[in-house]
Design a protein around this ligand. Structure first.
Ligand SMILES: Cc1cc2nc3c(=O)[nH]c(=O)nc-3n(C[C@H](O)[C@H](O)[C@H](O)COP(=O)(O)OP(=O)(O)OC[C@H]3O[C@@H](n4cnc5c(N)ncnc54)[C@H](O)[C@@H]3O)c2cc1C
Length: 402
């Protein structure tokens, strides 16, 4: 009887899990014995790392051709419920019909969602760049500002959160606002962060570089501060400062997708399942967790994957391989990703490229920017290749960053 792998999600982890699973089936010579189905709203891979950018083009490439090339079926819908005891999913199709979907192995690759702090007005008035739809909503709002009378609130953007997404959104914003409102407008961009210094989470040396870059871009930092309220025309900070603004961008971190809560097992503060070395959800049979839904050791030194596409692509390859390997009799492959880099876009200043978990500064300004542009336009896109070429780069050992 045909065995079934269901992959929930067509993001970085889901895409690579699909290719890697089919590669394993092919390696074992078991084509036809295992059917792989991917469930997601549409057969697209949204390039979330680019959603802070001013031009939102080619942000969600169609992966139908690649799925067809490797023989993976796409089911347009959302997984609503996971019955891990009976290995059955409840899926709501794009047309709104409920379908049961039985699996022998489930690969949960539904990613993460923006964390909305319990602060008055955040959910109602905050913008964000977490999904393509929300990034487009922000873009439409920014473009419409030019129709409004010039006021300090119109000209000011406040970014809440000094993590990578907040920093990239803030650094890009002065240039973006000027392009919309004109060079004469008295624009203001403020970044609010609870850390002692904006960028402190990256380490002392990167933080120094980040502060200089923000300064050159014209971004005002408010460190050691939290937002206590937002309304349609202002934000209030814990210091008592009130900033007039019509545009607040939330970037206060993400949490694992809510479906993860339906998988039994231990989880971290971001809601991720603590996966084993093979990316099983250890408390349940037949379920793999991958991408932003799992926390797993990247090495033997105590480091763990972060919620990044750099990790998701590798985690996807390993989870997909292992899901298929268990069904076709291949050896399972432990997850390992000792090399870690960050490349932070800092608007017209350039980009900051660091290596290692201690984030040693390697490239800055234009040199860093060249790497960022290569990452953002090539490395993270699903390659338009045929089956064999995709299989060649889908092995679970593939090194994302050489
Ligand atoms: C603005 C921004 C900037 C970032 N910058 C960087 C960066 O510079 N470098 C970096 O490495 N990472 C960055 N990241 C993080 C990176 O985008 C994520 O870590 C990555 O997308 C995680 O991949 P994933 O496959 O686990 O999940 P996702 O890419 O989120 O994919 C999840 C998939 O699941 C699908 N899905 C959701 N719900 C369901 C459901 N119920 N049923 C079925 N399918 C479902 C979605 O449609 C999607 O296809 C950034 C993120 C953002 C938002």
């Amino acid at each position: 009887m045909t065995q079934k792998i269901v992959i929930a999600g067509s993001g970085f982890a889901g895409f690579w899990a699909a290719v890697s699973a089919m590669r394993a089936v092919s390696l074992a010579g078991k084509e036809g014995a295992v059917e792989v189905t991917m469930v997601s709203p549409t057969p697209n891979l949204t390039i979330r790392p680019r959603l802070y950018e001013a031009v939102l083009e080619n942000m969600s490439p169609d992966i139908s051709a690649q799925l067809a090339a490797i023989g993976v079926r796409h089911f347009a819908g959302l997984v609503e419920h996971i019955d891990s005891e009976n290995r059955t999913l409840q899926v709501v199709s794009a047309e709104g019909h409920k379908h049961p979907l039985v699996y022998d192995r489930l690969v949960l690759a539904t990613g993460s969602q923006l964390f909305i702090p319990p602060v008055a007005g955040f959910a109602e008035y905050g913008f964000n760049v977490d999904t393509l739809e929300s990034a487009q909503r922000l873009d439409a709002h920014l473009k419409a500002l030019k129709e409004q009378p010039e006021t300090p609130a119109r000209n000011t953007v406040v970014v809440v959160g000094g993590g990578l997404t907040g920093l990239e959104s803030a650094a890009e914003m002065p240039m973006r606002l000027r392009a919309i409102l004109g060079n004469e407008a008295n624009i203001r961009v403020v970044i609010v962060d609870t850390a002692e210094e904006v960028g402190a989470g990256m380490g002392a040396e990167p933080a120094r570089v980040i502060r200089q870059a923000l300064d050159e871009c014209g971004v005002e930092p408010r460190a050691g501060t939290r937002v206590t309220a937002i309304d349609a025309g202002s934000v209030t900070l814990s210091t008592g400062e009130r900033i007039a603004t019509n545009t607040v961008i939330l970037a206060a971190g993400v949490r694992a997708h809510p479906l993860v809560a339906q998988i039994p097992g231990e989880r971290d503060s971001a809601g991720r399942i603590l996966g084993d070395a093979f990316l099983h959800a250890p408390a349940v049979e037949g379920v793999f967790v991958t991408g932003d839904t799992v926390k797993a050791a990247t090495d033997e030194l105590g480091n763990h994957n972060l919620m990044t596409c750099q990790h998701a692509m590798s985690l996807g390859r390993v989870a997909g391989h292992n899901a298929a390997a268990e069904l076709v009799g291949l050896l399972a492959h432990p997850y390992s990703q000792p090399k870690y880099v960050t490349c932070l876009d800092l608007g017209p200043w350039g980009a900051l490229y660091t290596e290692g978990w201690d984030r040693q500064v390697r490239f800055t300004r234009e040199e860093g920017k060249k790497i960022k542009q290569e990452i953002n336009t090539q490395w993270i896109y699903p390659p338009a290749l045929d089956r064999d070429a995709l299989f060649a780069i889908a092995n679970p050992d593939f090194v994302i960053v050489p």
